[in-house]
Ligand binder design. Sequence first.
Ligand code: GLU
Length: 389
Amino acid sequence: MAALNAHTSFSELIGQAKRVVVKAGSSLLSAAKDGALRQSWMGSLAEDLAQMRHGGADVLMVSSGAVALGRRALKLSGGALALEQKQAAAAVGQPMLAGAWKEAFAPTGLVTAQALLTLEDTEQRRRWLNSRATLEALLALGAVPIINENDTVATDEIRYGDNDRLAARVAQMSGADVLILLSDIDGLWSCDPNRHADAQPVPFVADMDGAIMDMAEGPNPDSQMGTGGMITKLLAARMAVRHGCAVVLASGVCANPIAALHQGARHTLFAPAKTVTDARKTWIAGTIKPAGQVHIDKGAVQALGKGASLLPAGMTGCNGAFERGDVLAILDENSREVGRGLASYNADEAARICGLRSEDIADTLGYSARAAMIHRDDLVLLLTEGERS
Ligand code: GLU
């Protein structure tokens, strides 16, 4: 995709896209006043997406709304739901949602496919590759995958929790070049426009440094619909831009929201990162829940910055019940996450070799083993040089 800048229009962006993931939040799918499905709005989005397909781009949808629809059907009261209620609501709401999308796309002649993902489908490499193959097959057959988290079997420990990051993972998995996050928010603002009268819209974000992340305030406490707030949208955007995918954050409230963007509706465009790390490393960086943490000293932070592997000598501790090959978060002395990487040792071994020089590892473990706790080929740095020092 040609370089994007502050003047790139939405139409120019989509004109270049080969594959687009569109995420629709719960607040768009069900009406605020009574939680009823917004079937005609869904039809209008389906029209827009069919248009995009005619323009030559593959389209995948990530649709929220299962829990919101199910809670209405089950007459569950307002307020937070207990985990089992959420699972039950999703079990009722998800088939309603899939049926409604099928109906919404019917006039366009496009066939829809339901794909429900659990966290392991994107966090375990083998399952990631399997899920990716399924999505590829669906696209090759001309179907529109409609994806959601499998909320009926997800528990709090093993869930994405919000569909923004699920959508970013799907964009990465499918090699999409554009991710469009539609919600009731019309883009990023310098601060929350509902709380600050002087908030300014931010139309273009060239790179996602710390200052941008600071613009997000917590999720809207009044929303009982979705779970994402601006912070999850920015985390999702950061995951996507890092693997070379442009992100559009826009309001989807009106009918034909994509057509509205073509006509100039306000949105924020996040440009893809200039240096894109390889696919395996971006998969590591995009892990939603690392299996454990390894704490490292200052010297190790510097060594990693120069491209070295993480050696046990630089480790000051580790947590979590991780296995070899699991993704670990690497934390500095201030508990800031400097990077992520694949563990060469399991949690028990790691605890025993923590702080040891490489030549002493075999003596301690009783078998000869790898020199590095995380090999540099399996390691991604998440902070810039300035942020690390
Ligand atoms: N997966 C949830 C649902 O379909 C929505 C999660 C979210 O709102 O981000 O109800």
